[in-house]
Write a protein that binds this ligand. Structure first.
Ligand code: SAM
Length: 332
């Protein structure tokens, strides 16, 4: 059966009517996430179907980092909800996209989430963007996504740049377990309390930080966490992109002598060496797998642990410790 795809008319009105146009291939236009944009409805769908909320990542500096899919979604939706409409308009103009925009920021999130949810209910498709990177990652969007989720509306992520992922990927610090903690509190006491809360985490810690606070944050981090390996990823994807690697104390000294500039991500390694962290998690994985296999063959838990430890050249109490911490990690 040939199903025609109903595309939203390029209209300046968010509530504008739909017009019917044949889908290019004439094929059934399914709601597959990897496929075409789901703006609008198909004739076979119920007229009361809600619209889709797209969570669209935009570049964190380099405009080439926007995806083809993001551009298509931004072009085809009925409305783009942006943190700052003037900022996003520049991006849209660069790509000759004239979709209507509406502001959605931390000061109007509550009311706007309700309004946008009503539009979704009426079948309008909406793309949510922030000023840079992925919405909801230290950016507005939670209320809208939460509300849309509670109402059962389709929510489709359109992934792309996120500063902390790019920073981690090039940091050289252990990436098997990471804890992204957003911005550290601005006040010293609260910042130190937050760092204390994270001190015993076995994960690599990642923070966003403002340039005028980086020196203070580094000083508190050395005091609370000790002199761990760390990386500051600055101005990612931009002309002055820079990775400053070292120990926390070195970085604290360096940044106390110069004013921090640009956007930055602070990544702090664990107390152990990065190889040890990566290696120990590999051993834990292998140990777990072997124990499960032996248990499947009929061995009881104690025998399986003993045998797996022997096979992997581990002492029994060492294997026991690894196994327990693996279980604790999973139940966290
Ligand atoms: N939603 C964004 C994301 O997906 O990464 C983050 C928005 S948050 C309000 C802004 C913070 O992200 C900046 O203060 C900085 O810590 C970090 N950031 C954003 N762009 C960056 C870049 N190009 N280089 C380094 N850090 C960046």
């Amino acid at each position: 059966m040939l199903v025609r795809h109903i595309r939203p008319r390029r209209s300046s009105s968010a509530a504008g009517p739909f017009v019917i146009s044949a889908h290019a291939s004439g094929a059934l236009f399914q709601a597959g996430h990897a496929g075409g944009v789901r703006a609008g409805r198909t004739q076979c769908q119920n007229a009361n179907m809600p619209g889709t909320l797209y969570i669209v990542s935009t570049p964190i500096g380099n405009l080439e980092d926007i995806t083809q899919r993001a551009l298509r979604v931004l072009r085809e939706v009925d409305l783009i909800a942006c943190e700052d409409t003037r900022h996003t308009r520049k991006l849209l103009n660069h790509f000759s996209i004239d979709t209507r925009t509406i502001s959605y920021h931390e000061h109007n999130e509550r009311e706007r989430a309700e309004e946008l949810s009503k539009l979704l209910e009426e079948g309008k498709s909406i793309a949510l963007v922030s000023d840079a990177g992925t919405p909801l990652i230290s950016d507005p969007g939670f209320r809208l996504v939460n509300l849309a989720g509670a109402k059962g509306f389709p929510i489709v992520p359109v992934p792309g740049a996120t500063a902390f992922v790019a920073a981690l990927a090039a940091s050289g610090l252990a990436s098997d377990q990471v804890l992204f903690a957003g911005f550290l509190p601005a006040r010293t006491a609260a910042r130190r309390a937050k760092l204390e809360e994270l001190r015993d985490s076995p994960a690599t810690l990642i923070f966003y930080e403002a340039p005028h606070r980086i020196a203070a944050a580094l000083r508190d981090a050395v005091d609370v966490l000790g002199d761990r390996p760390a990386v500051i990823a600055r101005e990612l994807t931009k002309i002055h992109e820079e990775f400053v690697r070292g120990r926390l104390r070195e970085l604290a000294d360096k940044f106390s002598q110069q004013v921090g500039r640009g956007e930055m991500v602070l990544i702090i390694g664990t107390g152990q060496s990065d190889h040890a962290v990566q290696d120990s998690s590999t051993v834990a994985g292998t140990l777990g797998e072997r124990i499960r296999a032996l248990e499947a063959e009929g061995a009881d838990a104690k025998t399986a642990l003993k045998k797996a430890a022997r096979e992997l050249g581990l002492k029994r109490d060492e294997a026991y410790r690894i196994r327990e911490s693996q279980k604790n990690r999973r139940s966290r």
